[in-house]
Design a protein around this ligand. Structure first.
Ligand SMILES: Cc1cc2nc3c(=O)[nH]c(=O)nc-3n(C[C@H](O)[C@H](O)[C@H](O)COP(=O)(O)OP(=O)(O)OC[C@H]3O[C@@H](n4cnc5c(N)ncnc54)[C@H](O)[C@@H]3O)c2cc1C
Length: 484
């Protein structure tokens, strides 16, 4: 089964650091075990005859299934298949696991699909990406991205030696490849990924060619250190139903002179070309599409929890609660509608790949940065002090004060025990360290939301909206528009 193969493959000599110690057996460590069990079950769906068509496709000429994130969509049916597969894994994990590698795999799939067009960037691009795409697809490689450069001094740039020596850069070229040094700020899923897809979000000048690259880096590369944040995993499943299953570890990457073989150097040395690959619409359209399909599941989940909490304590009849729960429904429906519209408005790129409408997807991603924190705020307002009224564990329901527990924790429509379980789930979603991380994630995973919206404006065809205004003014005024 692929899930078991995935777990076994993580014993590969990678250098993972947690709480000052090197983790030699990632799958057995309490910080990763619950999350890896979840991923194992998802991967195994591809070997289950009842599930595999929901998440995968039969690879032509191979006779085996691959995840649909590797499917190049040329028809509306194929695009719908991708969407349904993203939705299926997302529903299984309640939208809480955003880096199951289907996002990074979609980038690779799109670069592969657009390889002929992208060969203008490098004559070897098509061969390299084809070989890697096929390997990743056929070996079920788990992938994640590491894009953002370390947060040292955002007011300074690469002309400052302090910054340039810390941002990932090439220190020498050899016949085998390039040797890189520096760090990347966050890679979610890093301790258990197979490979990192690495590039920078920044727009470099031509003099910064050593910093301009697009790389595929194996997690067990000698010299690469994966430095984890504090674990939010909690093995007490009943108290922390989410933290025990879904803690996607974030980690900083240190590259201490890591050799990247030439076949994994997709681009290097030309900032313009790197920018052009980063801005590729096919790649962004297919990958960001996964982001918003996943987000629908998360909004459905938090909305469901809010409804259940309201019913459990009998506040669902109050007007202001109904207004807030109604707001959650509109948030959910807006994102769902944007997903449907982005798919309905998909157009083929030059290679015939059907790409969802990127502007609508960007709109959904931008709204998400506000919708999720708002959903958390609403859930807090609905449940109020109930989130801290819960006992430390549910063991008391079976101890000497059992009868009192059943009496005083009773809900309006549910038993005391169910109510406590529900509020623990809700607290894990909005109040635990995992919950706090999720709010931060939804605010920032798509990049800085402020600059994201500004870019939305900068890229927009403004004249399509201003031309009718000038035309109206021209029609109304005697002298017409004064041109300067
Ligand atoms: C939980 C989590 C998981 C993540 N996972 C990944 C991952 O797997 N892979 C990955 O590559 N990245 C990941 N990220 C990083 C994410 O992409 C960044 O957090 C995001 O792009 C914002 O960048 P930053 O955090 O460096 O913020 P900064 O750029 O340091 O911004 C800090 C503040 O300063 C402001 N600011 C900074 N510079 C400017 C400027 N020039 N102009 C105006 N305002 C400015 C910003 O608006 C913001 O308010 C993750 C982030 C989080 C929170």
């Amino acid at each position: 089964m692929r899930g078991e193969r995935f777990i076994a493959s993580l014993h590969d000599g990678r250098s993972v650091w947690l709480e000052g110690e090197q983790v030699h057996h990632v799958p057995e460590h309490a910080a990763f075990k619950g999350t890896l069990n979840t991923i194992k079950a998802l991967f195994n769906m591809l070997d289950d005859p009842h599930e595999r068509d929901k998440v995968g496709f039969l690879v032509p000429d191979k006779g085996q299934y691959a995840h649909s994130s590797f499917l190049v969509p040329y028809t509306p049916l194929e695009l719908a298949k991708r969407s349904r597969s993203f939705a299926y894994w997302s529903a299984e994990t309640h939208g809480m696991m955003s880096r199951l590698s289907d996002y990074a795999r979609s980038l690779i799939t799109a670069w592969y699909a657009a390889r002929r067009e992208l060969t203008v960037l490098d004559p070897h691009f098509a061969d390299k990406i084809t070989a890697y795409y096929e390997e990743a697809r056929d070996r079920d490689l788990f992938l994640t991205t590491a894009i953002i450069d370390p947060q040292i001094d955002r007011s300074s740039g690469l002309d400052d030696g302090r910054i340039s020596e810390r941002f990932l850069h090439v220190v020498r070229e050899t016949s085998e490849g390039i040797v890189v040094r520096g760090a990347k700020m966050i890679a979610t899923g890093a301790p258990y990924t197979h490979d990192f897809v690495i590039f920078s979000f920044l727009q470099f000048q031509s003099r910064h060619r050593k910093h301009a690259h697009v790389l595929i880096v194996p997690a067990n590369s000698p010299g690469l250190h994966i430095v984890c944040r504090e674990s939010f995993a909690d093995t007490r499943e009943l108290n922390h139903p989410l933290s025990s299953r879904y803690d996607e570890m974030d980690a900083v990457l240190f590259f201490d002179d890591v050799l990247i073989p030439w076949e994994r150097v997709l681009l290097y040395g030309d900032p313009e070309k790197v920018l052009s690959l980063r801005a590729n619409k096919t790649a962004n359209g297919l990958a960001f599409h996964q982001n918003v399909v996943r987000f629908v599941a998360k909004l459905e989940f938090i909305t469901g929890v809010a409804f259940a909490v309201a019913e459990a304590i009998g506040v669902q009849g109050f007007l202001h609660i109904q207004e807030k729960l109604g707001e959650l429904i509109t948030q959910m429906d807006v994102i769902k509608a944007l997903v449907i519209a982005s798919e309905a408005k998909a157009v083929p790129d030059e290679a015939g790949v059907l790409v969802p409408d990127l502007q609508l997807i960007e709109t959904a991603r931008s709204l998400g940065t506000k919708y999720y924190p708002r959903a958390v705020e609403i859930l807090q307002q609905v449940g109020a002090g109930g989130f801290v009224q819960t006992p430390s564990g549910i063991e008391d329901f079976y101890g000497p004060i059992s009868e009192l527990m059943h009496r005083y924790f009773e809900g309006a429509s549910v038993s005391a025990e169910k109510k406590v379980e529900l509020f623990k789930l809700a607290w894990d979603l909005i109040g635990s360290p995992l919950g706090a991380r999720h709010q931060l994630y939804e605010r920032f995973y798509a990049g800085d939301p402020i600059r994201g919206l500004a870019n939305h404006y900068n890229r927009f065809d403004k004249e399509s909206l201003t031309a009718p205004i000038w035309k109206l003014l021209k029609a109304n005024s005697k002298g017409g528009i004064k041109t300067i």
